[in-house]
Design a protein around this ligand. Sequence first.
Ligand code: FAD
Length: 301
Amino acid sequence: AYRPSRYVSASRLKVSFEFFPPKNEEMEQTLWESVERLAPLNPSFVSVTYGAGGSTRERTHATVSRIVKETALKPAAHLTCVAATKDQVNEVIRDYWAAGVRHIVALRGDPVGGVGTAYTSHPGGYEGSPELIAGIKAIGDFEVSVSAYPEMHPESGSVERDIEMLKRKVDAGATRAITQFFFDNDLYLRYLDRVRAAGINIPIVPGIVPVQNFKQTAGFAARTGASIPDWLAKRFEGLENDPATRKLIAASVAAEQALDLVDRGITEFHFYTMNRADLVYAVCHLLGMRPEAAAAKAEAA
Ligand code: FAD
């Protein structure tokens, strides 16, 4: 149950924030306002996604480079190997190294035909995520994070095969996994037990998505194999034309989820920001995080 008065020692918490590269100037402005608003919370890193099949290659690079140049934040660049040769992917990796980026979120990427179609590796490309990770490590001593799927990836067929892939990614050099979003904490904790039982000891950081738009989130969940509990749909029921209330509900749902995880021993969170700061800032505040405390912690480190 939600205990709004609960005090959580924020000094134990680590957060990271995910952004996507902006498509135009207006979106760029929104992104930077969000980055500036969230930066004082002293995230461990901020990550920038890579469009399907490398469609945002330049924009991802530009966003990550701007973070390096204009902020004290540590960026992590997402990178996929679908629909590209090894040479093309290696060039992106080398460009990141040259720009001072030291952290890559290494992903295979969705099949070219879209989710639900069969994946085939590109001729002359990396076969999958473990091979990509090895390629990254061969170019530079990057920190490598990868994906994890508490409700299993739609292509896995079984949880065992899914966890086997995670193990291969760890063996290739990944030192952190970030999960697909989920709303049922029990599913995540059960998955965590299975991952640990398989001998995987890296942090499996829960990916938290504050629901800005229920319909959109539900659609995305359906494509990625994440489930939407009935209680979640009920909470947004009847609010289709009431964005102000939706926002309040979204912040409380995400805070409730994160606080419950903290109660159950989880201290690291990755927030899917959708390039908007307000909900994530509110949730971090409810977790006890304060800009001054974060600044002192950063200085001490
Ligand atoms: P992997 O972890 O390599 O594989 C996923 C599962 O598919 C495995 O568990 C395995 O069982 C199964 N599998 C893999 N290969 C095969 C095969 N050849 N045959 C049978 N089964 C197989 N996408 C983007 O385009 N850009 C991003 O920036 C991006 N960021 C993401 C960040 C996070 C935290 C997460 C969770 C996902 C992200 N994605 C992104 C989505 C991701 O690209 C897709 O989910 C993609 O379908 C799988 O890539 P992966 O690296 O997760 O796959």
